[in-house]
Design a protein around this ligand. Structure first.
Ligand SMILES: Nc1nc2c(ncn2[C@@H]2O[C@@H]3COP(=O)(O)O[C@H]4[C@@H](O)[C@H](n5cnc6c(=O)[nH]c(N)nc65)O[C@@H]4COP(=O)(O)O[C@H]3[C@H]2O)c(=O)[nH]1
Length: 853
């Protein structure tokens, strides 16, 4: 799949050019060697001509001399002289001088014209590239010839002198012949030598020419080969360019498919699958997979795959651990470098060695590992495989990287979408569920309860709606903190859920209030379940270091008897639950019509109480407290009275609990305290006998953080010494948080304020606690006093309380004393003080003053 780069074809062209140069050089060498042969032949020819000219000139001189001697014709002597002159370079050489000078003369009857250059023959011979030995032989021959020419001249002179016979003899005698032979022999030797030398040169030149020819032919062949290769390469490159163009086109369509996949995918898994499919179908890859990092196990798990040979992944072992072979592959390398890894030759690359055998089965020839990032962190890898080596050229890499960027972009979008969906789900959850317990909240309760009611209606079956509220749960929150309270509620929610049957529901309305909606349940079964719930709630809770116990109050409303809609049933279960609370808590009750009235009354009271003080509807009355020892009034209990035009006079026994439950007891109680303290000061100022003013303090008031300082402040502002004030506390103040109650009592005591325990005997005070309380008086509840004249048990209780108080050094006062009998019994038992109608009903201040006076 790899395309040859253009430079490779250019390389081939360069090789062709080089080969062409070689061909040219070989050819030139060949031409040169051929020329060398010609040159050698030429030299040989020239040498032969010159040597021949020496021989011929010598012969011509002899012939001229002999002819002259024979004929006496002067021209021959002239010729003789001309030949000598030409040979010595004294006369110009004839234009077309042939060696046979005489023949020239004879041919046209004219003497040869001397148009050539006058050069001595010996000089020409010296320039004829002859060997020195050859030149020496020719010089010797020339010398002999010159000598013989002198003999010729002497013979011709003799002829001129008339002695033709002797002249002829001189030119034909043995000496002449011998001299001639001495000329011819070296010339022959030189000729032979030149021939031999030339032959040698020719042989060398021929050898070189052959070599040059072979070189030329071979290089020409090579050139043809190179041209063929270049042509083939060019075709290959052209084909590859076309294939690349097609592949790039495919990859672009893969990229476009990838973008479509991003748009169309709804989640990560779908996207990954589409990407793998597109890169195979459109991107020309054989197989592709996406693996995600499994950080827990330090390996890669396949998230999506597509293509031929995906079975490869079944047994694939890839890790990120550099210490294992499976962690040193392309993915491991990419993970550690943070860069894509391109393995262009899968079967031979060292990094894929671990998978060579496995990959060979599927024909992988190249592979890539491209990191996928989310928020900058590598979360996985995109791994395309190809059956061609070098599949990942620049374009493919760029496109794959672009695809990867697109995938990362999509992941970011999915994350945003997921965050948005999570936020939506969270909003939905918060709208329908209670965060602390995971139970349905009020809105979900309404929705589901409506459905359950629908079902009950259509199946004509009963349905119970129960409201469970923890007793004094606020005390746990206040004393141990909300974390402990929350933990307890969570645990409680689990317990309550365990009681549910399929299709029933429990919801938390907030605080410590839980609602159950239970289908197909008659009142008997509802009672059983309520008991079970009370039992479950009452079991101990271990929260951190605390071992806690709580109780609950449950109100039950039944469909269809008590109501047919959620609102009504809720309201009625609430009324029933309220009644349980009023009746002492830790119980369950079914709704009754009377309850409804009471609940309505309660609501009416609370609403009216809000405006009672500002509308001046309240006042305080005072009931005297008498010492049994002296019979004198030693104190007064301040008792609140409330009357409205609509409700008339309302009993404190009715409105005080309503004020406590609504929290209104705080401002009202403060008002009473101030009124009572102010009244005590007025009586002191009026010079009446000093008495202790007893003021009822609700448990809720007692638990306000700044109570001691507030009381001290009121005393200070009203100018009453603290010893004239007595706070009547109920036993309940210490039940929830004994250490806290003791601390408050200590602070009050430190400020000189007295405290008594009201209604003693009705609560759960333990003696051990009582010892720690800084109270000075116990007030025996009137329920015991009422029947002491007739009921022996009450007698015993009252007697026990008085004795116990005495042993603790506490004063006792009996309330609700209405008869002499009661008074007598109390006196017998050494009760210290009494209070009751027998002495006086609670009185307005003026009446009280009269009583004192
Ligand atoms: N049958 C009968 N009753 C007698 C007799 N002598 C006194 N009483 C009544 O007994 C109650 C005594 O007050 P308590 O036990 O503190 O019980 C009080 C007290 O707990 C609460 N209360 C009244 N005023 C206040 C107040 O200002 N603050 C607080 N926190 N509670 C108050 O309301 C309760 C009821 O108060 P009252 O209706 O005023 O009722 C008073 C009083 O009128 C008697 O011989 N026979």
């Amino acid at each position: 799949m790899k395309s040859a780069s253009p430079s490779q074809f250019a390389g081939y062209l360069w090789v062709c050019a080089g080969t062409l140069l070689l061909v040219t050089v070989a050819f030139m060498f060949y031409v040169w060697t051929e020329k060398r042969i010609d040159h050698a032949n030429e030299l040989r020819y020239a040498s032969h001509n010159l040597v021949e000219e020496l021989r011929q000139s010598s012969d011509d001189l002899s012939r001229m001399a002999r002819t002259y001697v024979a004929t006496g014709d002067a021209q021959y002597r002239k010729h003789h002289q001309e030949i000598v002159d030409i040979r010595e370079g004294r006369a110009p050489r004839p234009d077309n001088y042939q060696n046979v000078y005489w023949d020239l003369v004879q041919a046209n009857g004219h003497r040869p014209r001397g148009n050539g250059v006058a050069v001595p023959l010996m000089q020409l011979l010296r320039e004829a590239h002859l060997e020195p030995e050859e030149l020496a032989l020719l010089a010797a021959a020339k010398n002999e010839s010159d000598k013989l020419a002198s003999v010729d001249i002497a013979a011709m002179d003799l002829r001129d002198a008339g002695d033709a016979t002797r002249a002829t003899a001189m030119l034909h005698d043995t000496a002449y012949h011998r001299a001639k032979a001495d000329i011819m022999r070296p010339i022959g030797e030189v000729n032979d030598d030149v021939d031999r030398r030339t032959r040698q040169q020719l042989e060398h030149a021929a050898l070189a020419a052959n070599m040059a020819r072979i070189t030329f032919m071979l290089s020409a062949l090579l050139l043809v080969l190179q041209v063929w290769r270049a042509k083939r390469q060019l075709d290959k490159e052209r084909n590859e360019a076309m294939a690349r163009a097609q592949r790039v086109g495919r990859l672009y369509s893969a990229l476009s498919q990838c973008n479509q996949a991003i748009v169309r995918s709804h989640d990560e898994t779908e996207l990954f699958e589409r990407i793998c499919r597109d890169v195979v179908n459109y991107g020309g890859m054989q197989m592709a997979w996406i693996g995600l990092i499994d950080r827990e196990h330090g390996r890669i798990s396949v998230a999506a795959s597509f293509g031929g040979g995906v079975e490869y992944l079944d047994e694939l072992e890839v890790s990120l651990d550099v210490n294992t072979p499976a962690g040193r592959g392309p993915i491991g390398l990419s993970y550690r470098s943070g860069e894509p890894h391109w393995c262009q030759d899968y079967q031979h690359a060292p990094e894929t060695a671990h998978w060579h055998a496995h990959g060979a089965r599927y024909g992988w020839a190249s592979s890539a590992a491209i990191p996928l990032r989310r928020d900058g962190e590598i979360i996985g890898f995109f791994a395309p495989y190809s059956s061609a080596v070098n599949a990942f050229d620049e374009e493919v890499r760029e496109l794959l990287l672009e695809m990867t960027l697109d995938i990362e972009f999509a992941l970011k979008n999915f994350d945003r979408e997921a965050v948005r969906q999570q936020a939506d789900q969270r909003v939905h959850y918060l709208a329908h569920y209670d965060v602390l317990t995971g139970l349905p909240n009020r809105s979900q309760l309404h929705e589901r309860a409506r459905l359950l009611l629908e079902q009950a209606r259509s199946s004509r079956t009963p349905l119970a709606l129960m409201m469970l509220d923890l007793d004094h749960f606020k005390d746990i929150n206040d004393s141990l903190g909300h974390t402990v309270g929350d933990a307890l509620l969570s645990e409680l929610a689990l317990r309550l859920t365990s009681c549910l049957r399929d299709g029933d529901m429990v919801a938390r309305l907030g605080g410590d209030e839980f609602i159950f909606v239970m289908r197909n349940l008659n009142s008997g079964e509802a009672s059983d379940i309520a008991r079970k719930l009370l039992d479950l709630t009452g079991q101990s809770y271990t929260v951190g270091a605390h071992d806690l116990r709580v109780s609950a109050s449950i109100g039950i409303a039944m469909y269809p008897d008590d109501g047919v809609d959620v609102e009504t049933l809720l309201q009625r279960a609430d009324a029933a639950m309220y009644q349980v609370k009023r009746a002492g808590r830790h119980d369950f009750r079914f709704f009754t019509a009377a309850m409804q009235q009471r609940a309505a009354r309660h609501l009416q009271l609370v609403n009216a109480l809000r405006f009672a003080l500002e509308r001046g509807q309240m006042h305080v009355v005072y009931q005297p407290q008498v010492s049994l020892k002296t019979g004198r009034i030693i104190g007064a209990e301040a008792l609140l009275r409330w009357a409205t035009p609509e409700l008339g006079a309302v009993s404190p026994a009715e409105f005080i609990p309503a004020a406590e439950e609504s929290g209104l007891i705080i401002p009202i109680g403060e008002w009473v305290l101030r009124q009572a303290v102010r009244q005590a000061r007025l009586w002191l100022d009026a010079g009446l006998p000093p008495l202790v003013m007893a003021v009822n303090l609700s448990a809720i008031q007692f638990r306000t953080a700044d109570l001691p300082s507030h009381v001290a402040q009121v005393l200070y502002e009203e100018g009453l010494p603290p010893e004239y004030l007595e706070l009547e506390l109920t036993e309940g103040v210490a039940v929830q948080d004994p250490p806290g109650a003791i601390a408050t009592m200590n602070q009050l005591h430190d400020r000189g304020i007295r405290m008594s325990i009201d209604d003693f005997g009705t609560g759960f005070s333990s003696l051990s606690h009582l010892k720690k309380f800084k109270v000075y008086k116990l007030k025996i509840d009137q329920s015991f006093v009422r029947d002491i004249s007739t009921d022996t048990e009450d007698k015993a209780i009252v007697s026990a309380i008085i004795n116990m108080a005495r042993s603790l050094g506490l004063t006792t006062i009996a309330e609700g004393v209405e008869t002499v009998e009661q008074l007598e019994f109390l006196r017998e038992q050494h009760c210290d003080e009494i209070q009751g109608y027998h002495i006086s009903k609670p009185l307005p201040p003026a009446d009280f003053e009269r009583l004192l006076g």
